[in-house]
Design a protein around this ligand. Structure first.
Ligand code: DX5
Ligand code: ZN
Length: 231
């Protein structure tokens, strides 16, 4: 693990490379150097209807980014592909609970490799599936769009889901990071943070701006408004 930033900062911004220029990824990664995490969306054309990055992009992010590398595996059978992603040395590996029968084993394998373990839920997947692993994960990624594509609209019901996840974590006396992914911009960041999330993934709302550093600062500023109103 590069450092303990995942445990120490109150709010983290994670630009998603899915919205970057794939033809010049090293340059795109350099343009977001003030972000805390770089989010790498791995898609296999099976778990989601799109194909994007593999382990090489995770490795490239590792080599070119000073903060944490967040590998979001939107793939079927993450058990089979896990070692290839471990070798690329991200700081966080997020797998989908819908894609495996052995979430507990995956979490153990990720931890054994010295990597933060994170589990993701699609919009239709209930929080209750986390009951028996909530004490073992470092982060939960709540999808606020159906995974596969950037630029989709935020699903409003996500806000209630974040609150229910925070409640479940509280009952179990743990504080996993809560990352939210899809349709996030300055207009809804405060509301999402106010509901209990603390890591915001943003693709199009950052990479559509010529000045990515300013876009990241604006999103962080908007998110901070929600922190002061946290229930
Ligand atoms: C969607 C991906 C997201 C995506 C978000 O399947 O997991 O990380 O890049 O893109 P925006 O921020 O444009 O909704
Ligand atoms: Zn993602």
């Amino acid at each position: 693990m590069a450092d303990r930033i995942l445990a120490t900062k109150d709010l983290l911004i994670a630009p998603s490379l899915l919205a970057a220029n794939f033809g010049n990824l090293a340059h795109e990664i350099a343009s977001i150097s003030n972000a805390d995490l770089v989010h790498v969306d791995v898609m296999d054309g099976h778990f989601v209807p799109n194909i994007s990055f593999g382990p090489e992009a995770v490795r490239l992010a590792r080599q070119n980014f000073g903060g944490l590398v967040d590998a979001h595996l939107m793939i079927s059978n993450p058990d089979t592909a896990l070692q290839a992603f471990i070798k690329a040395q991200p700081d966080i590996i997020t797998f989908h609970i819908e894609a495996t029968n052995h979430a507990n084993r995956l979490i153990q394998q990720i931890h054994d490799a010295g990597i933060y373990a994170s589990v993701s839920l699609n919009p239709a997947t209930p929080i209750s599936l986390l009951e028996d692993i909530i004490t073992d994960v470092d982060m939960v990624l709540i999808m606020s769009v159906n995974p596969g594509f950037g630029g989709q609209a935020f699903i409003p019901r996500t806000l209630d889901k974040i609150r229910r996840l925070r409640h479940l974590a509280g009952l179990n006396r743990v504080q996993p990071r809560i990352e939210v992914d899809g349709g996030i911009s300055c207009t809804n960041a405060a509301e999402i943070i106010k509901s209990g999330a603390d890591v915001l993934v943003a693709g199009s709302s950052i990479f559509s701006h010529a000045d990515r550093q300013a876009a990241i600062s604006s999103l962080l500023h908007a998110a901070r408004q929600g922190l002061s109103q946290l229930a």
